[in-house]
Write a protein that binds this ligand. Structure first.
Ligand SMILES: Cc1cc2nc3c(=O)[nH]c(=O)nc-3n(C[C@H](O)[C@H](O)[C@H](O)COP(=O)(O)O)c2cc1C
Length: 308
């Protein structure tokens, strides 16, 4: 096992992480669920599931289904709401020295602004604004697909929240570059991409000629979306100057190297946590070993080489 030094130190301008491996929102619970598998405090940061102004029960229908190359989810942003999150979960994260980024989601612009205000009042160091969830009836993706509404929304949150502000973008648009440019102009510190793709699965059961169907519509994630994610990161990196955090189907060290080559400064591990709960810590170790074995001085030197 590699010894943790400064080899993996990752500076996303004014947010410095001990390494570039983060966990993706909604795939890592409130983090205590992973205590029995890994040392969570070793990760660059965990990103909380989407936290809303008020508690949300989530969707009633089937919430998850497996596909050949990933999964479709329709969780509907179930969470305990920001008040309980701050009172009950943050003290635990602090006690365990876990670096965290709070993912926030609103149904209206006012809700996002209020969430930004509360994060500011409670000195939350970094937030990831979720404007890209395809599984809720109101809000979220509505703001995230139009560059003008997105610009207005992020500008309004920025006025209230002075900490590190990441905007999580959707791939469900023709030109993700326009969204990237809009959030950079609105004052975002970084971009994370991608959230899930809109997907649908129809499972057919035929009992002697009588067909019954199980249908799920929601966000498609996992290994199948990686090429889409790589393309989005690459195209964004051609137009924005703020750091990009890459997400989408990451399962191995080679996947991470591909994201770095495309222009990502850090990565988030999502769906892979469900099948391999130990994966994120394993990838931290593997990345450090790779850098040492190949004689790079640090992570920045590796990224430089990958982007030549
Ligand atoms: C079950 C599930 C729940 C998710 N919940 C959230 C969420 O609350 N907020 C958010 O921004 N993204 C959410 N996502 C999207 C992931 O954070 C990530 O962007 C996406 O799954 C792509 O990465 P992956 O292919 O590695 O899973 C969720 C994804 C899954 C599979």
């Amino acid at each position: 096992m590699a010894i943790m030094g400064n080899t993996l130190k990752t500076s996303l301008n004014n947010l410095v992480l001990k390494n570039p491996i983060l966990t993706a929102s909604g795939t890592f619970g409130y983090t205590n669920e992973f205590d029995e598998f890994i040392n969570v405090s070793k990760l660059g940061a965990v990103i909380t599931k989407a936290i809303s102004l008020y508690p949300r029960a989530g969707n009633k229908n089937i919430r998850i289904t497996e596909t050949k190359a990933g999964m479709i989810n329709s969780i509907g942003l179930e969470n305990i709401g920001i008040k309980r999150f701050i009172d009950e979960k943050i003290p635990i994260l602090k006690a365990k020295s876990i670096d965290y980024i709070m993912n926030i989601a609103g149904s209206t612009i006012d809700e996002y602004i209020e969430l930004g205000k509360i994060c500011q009042e409670n000195s939350i160091k970094a937030i990831e604004v979720n404007v890209s969830c395809p599984n809720v009836k109101q809000g979220c993706l509505e703001f995230g697909i139009d560059e003008n509404s997105l610009y207005e929304l992020i500008k309004a949150i920025r006025e209230e929240y002075k900490g590190y502000l990441i905007v999580k973008l959707t791939p469900n648009v023709t030109r993700i570059e326009n969204l990237g440019l809009a959030v950079e102009k609105a004052g975002a510190d970084a971009i994370s991409a991608i959230n899930t793709l809109k997907g649908m699965s129809i499972k057919i059961n035929n009992q002697q000629g009588k067909v019954t169907k199980t249908i799920i519509q929601g966000g498609y994630s996992g290994i199948g979306i990686k090429p889409v994610a790589i393309s989005c990161i690459y195209r964004l990196s051609q137009v924005v100057d703020i750091p990009i955090i890459g997400i989408g189907g990451i399962e191995t060290l080679d996947d991470i190297l591909e994201f770095f080559a495309a222009g990502a400064e850090a990565v988030e591990i999502g769906t892979a946590n469900f099948t391999h709960p130990e994966i994120s810590e394993k990838l931290v170790d593997e990345l450090e070993e790779y850098i040492i074995k190949n004689g790079y001085k640090n992570l920045d030197k590796l990224k430089e080489e990958l982007r030549k």
